[in-house]
Design a protein. Structure first.
Length: 500
């Protein structure tokens, strides 16, 4: 029997009322295993109303109470790592070890939220004038929303809601309709931890649900992670409606390899960064820029390693890479490989026709490696979001830097070199929000913020870390003067306020 995923509103499962459902497939078999209810405008409104009602008390709850619930939530997440990872593998397709890693990175942000008391401390200046003190405080916004992608159905929501809720907000999550079960499991565990009803809500759906969250007058802020066109739409629409927005978009992450680099280390890094999670991550390295005469040797080392990757079902412990999320996405990724030669690229590895015996209906694609790719090729220009690595050749560091900075994307980048001076120049000169030095995927730890530049981020705030706390709160400055008890009554002074 096909499983049904409904909404989570006001602390309980609420059956979908629209009669419209979206299919969720097992990417390894291609079979529909789940139907997810798509919310109507009224159902989104019900979730926002539940969050607004809960904010009346949660927004003024003590930091001690919030932290205690978050600590319990963290313990339950830890105890249920495998169960959450199994849900991710079943609906997304990534191998179990990748799914466990995703949960671990989400846990890192929950741990940050457990210590939110330090982040929310205000400031105080005394005696700025005679008996005048000035203090600054941070207060929650109210109801906030998160719209999250399919590639990390547990981690990316946990980049958002733990910090938002720890800051005193209430939250409405609209996860990807392609793999919704992980979000529901998180909601159940949060309720088990003692979170009051309505503080965290989950609604599923499509553009109807998204647009209502962007339009709803009671939603004060929106967080989004997804493709650049949708990020731009989210930012434009929500900000026009007076909301605070952080919208993280797409990427084309480059890895610059200098002639002095350890080529074995660089090849290892390129393979793991390009093909891990089947390339379905916004921090994947999708373009290696080889400087000077090392190109041929580097490509050969990458090819040798890539050919050894074992592709199979995510629940098979021997699999190192799983299928792609849908057949439509699989076919789109394959098209970049089959069309590469006509655009001037050299196809070193072609995984477009790959399949797995016994799982022929799965969304399979193999490893692809394209060399000498021109910057005019679609395989270079577009965010492919699959296991396709392009290699570009340049003669100098300056030429490689210019190529990277000419990209409209600026999410992450990396340099591989033994030269500290070159690395220092790169980290200052490259136009990207996250930089790795001999680190291929420079995703920051939880207490530093994640975010790109240019078309990879719309809005002023990066996600989690200090930026996350600032995004989910607003500042207030209070200037106070108390009369000295020895002073007698004084007359009214209608002049300009005197601070000196």
């Amino acid at each position: 029997m096909t499983k049904i995923v409904n909404h989570w509103i006001g602390g309980k499962t609420v059956e979908g009322a629209s009669g419209t459902y979206g299919p969720v497939t097992d990417p390894a078999t291609g079979a529909v295993t789940t139907n997810v209810a798509f919310a109507t405008v009224d159902e989104v409104d019900a979730a926002v109303a539940a969050a607004k009602d809960a904010y009346a008390t949660w927004g003024t709850s003590s930091l001690a109470k919030r932290s205690a619930i978050l600590f319990k939530f963290r313990a339950l997440l830890d105890a249920n790592r495998d169960a959450i990872a199994e849900l991710i593998t079943a609906e997304h397709g990534k191998v179990h070890s990748d799914a466990l890693g995703e949960v671990a990175r989400g846990l890192e942000i929950v741990e940050l939220a457990c210590g939110i008391t330090v982040q929310l401390k205000g400031e105080l200046s005394t005696e700025v004038a005679s008996r005048v003190d000035v203090s600054s405080i941070r207060q929650p916004l109210g109801v906030v929303a998160g719209i999250t992608p399919f590639n990390f159905p547990a981690m990316v929501p946990m980049w958002m809601f733990p910090i938002a809720i720890a800051c005193g907000n209430t939250f409405v999550l609209k996860p990807s309709e392609k793999d919704p079960s992980a979000a529901m499991k998180l909601a159940e565990l949060f309720a088990e931890a003692g979170l009051p009803d309505g503080v965290f809500n989950v609604v599923h759906g499509d553009k109807v649900a998204v647009d209502r969250l962007l339009d709803h007058p009671d939603v004060k802020a929106v967080s989004f992670v997804g493709s650049t066109p949708i990020a731009r739409y989210i930012h434009t629409t929500a900000s026009t409606n007076g909301k605070r927005v952080q919208a993280l978009g797409g990427a084309k992450n480059h890895m610059l390899v200098l002639p002095d680099a350890d080529l074995d280390a660089a090849a290892d890094a390129a393979v793991s960064a390009a093909y891990g999670s089947a390339g379905e991550r916004c921090m994947a390295i999708s373009a290696v820029v080889a400087v000077g005469a090392i190109g041929d040797e580097l490509v050969e080392k990458i090819r040798e390693r890539a050919e050894k990757i074992k592709i199979g079902p995510g629940n098979d412990p021997t699999s190192e890479m799983g299928p792609l999320i849908t057949k439509v996405h699989r076919d789109k990724v394959a098209s970049y490989v089959t069309g590469a030669a006509a655009e001037g690229a050299e196809v070193v590895l072609d995984g477009s026709g790959f399949t797995v015996d016994g799982f022929e209906d799965g969304h399979w694609i193999g490893i692809s490696l394209l060399d000498k790719v021109p910057t005019t090729a679609k395989a270079y220009q577009d965010e492919i979001f699959g296991p396709v690595l392009t290699v570009l050749r340049v003669d100098t560091y300056e030429e490689g830097l210019a190529l990277i900075n000419a990209s409209p994307f600026g999410n992450g980048t990396a340099i591989f070199t033994r030269d500290g001076g070159a690395a220092r120049r790169f980290q200052l000169e490259v136009e990207a929000g996250m930089v790795g030095v001999n680190v291929p995927i420079p995703v920051p730890v939880g207490y530093h913020s994640f975010g790109g530049w240019k078309d990879s981020l719309f809005g002023d705030h990066h996600i989690y870390g200090n930026d996350g706390t600032h995004f989910y709160t607003r500042g207030k400055v209070v200037t106070t003067r108390w009369p000295d008890p020895a002073d007698g009554p004084s007359g009214v002074d209608l002049g300009f306020p005197r601070n000196h």
